[in-house]
Ligand binder design. Structure first.
Ligand code: ZN
Length: 653
């Protein structure tokens, strides 16, 4: 975020399409076709997205502790135009404008409010009998604190200051708990007995899901959320699920209680909440709930105003579209006909019993279609790319914006469902063990008659508007000759048009970020978010050592043998790491009788190392780490955990 932040602080960020292509005629035609086909003027979503607005944060700017903005909507004023520019899919443009509406909104008068447009996610505040119940305090502490201040200044000034009685984490993704420290401190939670309520399995999932594979997920997330793109009509516009990620501090707090898989009713600050388990849908640990007294349904991230991801582009374990659709149907059976408003952890609410029922029905059918259509076609021999290509749109998507692929898409959700049942292989042995991309690319270039001929074929495909084919051809050339500037330029031209045409914010961002990477114009942004001690210290020690093992340099360490006994006095834990055969195996809770070396280190010191606040040699010198036994063996083993390069290449070899 550094470069972007510097530009924003300088005042404005005029978007200049340096070297980036304008929308081609084929793209303009595609945009016009979708604009003609969809009822883009349907006013209902806009009415709901603006309904009950009470106040807003001036200019949509939230400044962090270091004086830099963690959220800034000033560069997004271009979204004020109702008509989409020809560099943005008109359907995505509509969604982006809805997501851009920001402020404090009254959802149920005097009972429920939402802060929207101040992070990728939405924070909900519910009036209990004696105080406030806060649901999903955004991704970063700074954004949550600013949202809370707007609420306090607007609502509390009228009703008098009341205490926070409970915080609800609806699921285990960090955009729904990371900002909790901006609402309450751990000391307040303890002193005032504030309840922190989450679904069962929350702690394990929240602190582990992104630790082992976090490096690659983080890299891909920069592409998917468009964090390395400048805002603008030919740049970052929206993610589909929300405007973008805030860039503040991601924290964590341990729940004081969890809701079991059986769900059931809990009384929270005098108010009854009916819970339904939704684990294994959008997140491994998740619930939805209904408040009978307010006739309000919170659908978490199971039902939102887009088709969600069965497999997110940043990478994750594949989700279950069948179970997802069944949970939505269970909601429909339980609360359909009762709920007068449905609100979620993203997007705007839906009011009216009939409208809520239609929303649930359509969403259920969309996920069911993803699942059943995949297997219908797979069982007739179609493989993942074929079945996705054969299915341009689900019937429900033609008439309902909430099911359109603004974030997940029918295309990649069907591929993901294929993967869930069959894995990554399509069953064709030619694709089982192909040459790696760099090797086959060089052979394709030779087969095409050389780089110039392949480049000409790629450019001809672009001229014909065949951007997918152009990308396939030119990607071969870039992988064979990564320094070939003409090839990189042509490939980025193909990605530009694919990005402009995409209805999914995630697809658009990924294509345009790829083009920017090829051109060397991507923003120098590793991650805007600071990791907090509260989050790092919550990572289970066993996961910590499993993550360390994934960093072991097996090639250099193939001959190493030994057992390294870790003793963590402050957390009273022990881990014995057995090394041999190019593998290290951490045994959590095991104390070895005759280790090669024993390393005594506080868990807190390990956290310091992870947070970059302490260096290993200095810790050895200061005595913060004590090594007994074969010190040299330990040091040479430990040196074989090189850090991964967080800027690794994605679109070039
Ligand atoms: Zn979310």
């Amino acid at each position: 975020m550094r470069r972007l932040t510097a530009l924003l602080l300088a005042g404005s960020l005029p978007f200049t399409a340096t070297a980036q292509d304008a929308a081609s005629e084929a793209t303009r035609t595609a945009q016009a076709e979708i604009a003609k086909r969809l009822p883009l003027d349907d006013p209902r979503d806009e009415a709901n997205a603006t309904r009950g607005k009470l106040a807003e944060i001036a200019d949509g700017v939230i400044i962090g502790k270091d004086g830099k903005p963690v959220w800034d909507r000033r560069p997004y004023t271009f979204l004020g135009d109702k008509k989409a520019p020809d560099t943005v899919n008109p359907s995505l443009w509509r969604q982006a404008r809805l997501n851009a509406v920001h402020g404090l909104f009254e959802v149920v008068p005097g009972k429920i409010w939402q802060l929207r447009g101040y992070d990728i996610s939405v924070m909900t505040i519910i009036r209990g009998k004696t105080g406030w119940i806060v649901v999903d305090p955004l991704l970063s502490e700074e954004a949550a604190a600013a949202g809370w201040k707007l609420f306090a200044d607007t609502v509390e000034t009228k009703s008098g200051t009341l205490p926070v009685k409970a915080v609800i984490f609806s699921h285990s993704h960090s955009d729904h708990f990371g900002g909790v420290g901006g609402i309450v401190t751990p000391e307040q939670v303890k002193k005032d007995n504030i309840r922190i309520i989450a679904p069962h399995g929350f702690s394990e999932e929240a602190t582990s899901e992104n630790v082992l594979a976090g490096g690659a997920m983080g890299r891909r997330a920069l592409y998917m959320f468009g964090s390395i793109l400048p805002p603008g009509p030919a740049g970052q516009v929206d993610t589909g699920l929300g405007p973008k990620l805030s860039s503040g501090t991601i924290g964590y707090m341990e729940p004081t209680e969890t809701v079991a898989a059986t769900g059931g009713t809990l009384t929270i600050d005098g108010l009854a909440f009916e819970f339904l388990d939704a684990g294994g849908t959008e997140a491994p640990s998740e619930f939805v709930f209904y408040i009978p007294a307010y006739k309000a349904l919170h659908t978490t991230e199971v039902v939102t105003h887009n088709l969600h991801n069965i497999l997110t582009l940043r990478g994750a374990q594949v989700r279950d579209a069948l179970h997802w659709s069944k949970v939505i149907d269970a909601m429909l059976l339980k609360w359909g006909g009762k709920a007068e408003v449905a609100m979620a952890s993203h997007h705007w609410p839906t009011w009216g019993t009939g409208e809520v029922g239609a929303l649930l029905t359509n969403q259920r059918d969309a996920y069911r279609y993803v699942h059943d259509r995949t297997l219908f076609l797979a069982n007739r021999g179609a493989t993942l790319h074929e079945l996705a290509d054969q299915t341009p749109e689900a019937p429900v998507q033609a008439g309902d914006f909430s099911t359109r692929g603004y974030y997940g898409t029918l295309n990649h959700d069907m591929k993901a469902t294929y993967q869930r049942y069959f894995g990554w292989w399509d069953g064709n042995p030619a694709n089982f063990n192909p040459l790696p991309p760099e090797q086959s690319a060089a052979k394709y270039v030779a087969l095409a008659g050389g780089a110039d001929k392949l480049l000409a074929a790629g450019k001809a495909a672009i001229a014909a508007g065949e951007y997918r084919w152009a990308a396939e051809l030119l990607n071969k050339l870039v992988f064979a000759e990564p320094d070939n500037k003409a090839a990189r330029g042509a490939l980025s031209s193909a990605y530009d048009q694919l990005g402009y045409q995409a209805e999914s914010g995630a697809w658009r961002n990924y294509y345009l970020a790829a083009a920017a990477s090829l051109r060397g114009t991507a923003l120098d942004n590793l991650s805007g978010n600071g990791q907090s001690r509260s989050f790092v210290s919550a990572i289970p020690t066993a996961v910590f050592f499993d993550a360390l093992a994934t960093r072991f340099d097996a090639a250099k360490g193939a001959a190493l043998k030994g057992t390294f006994q870790f003793v963590l006095p402050d957390s009273k834990e022990a881990v014995s790491v057995v090394v041999g055969g190019g593998v290290e195996f951490p045994r959590y809770g095991v104390t070895d009788a005759a280790p090669t070396a024993t390393i005594t280190i506080d868990r807190k010191t390990l956290d310091d190392v992870m947070l970059g606040q302490a260096q290993f040699p200095a810790l050895l010198q200061s005595g913060a780490i004590r090594i007994d036994g074969d010190r040299m063996a330990f040091l040479s083993w430990f040196a074989l955990h090189p850090p991964a390069d967080p800027r690794f290449n994605v679109v070039v070899p």
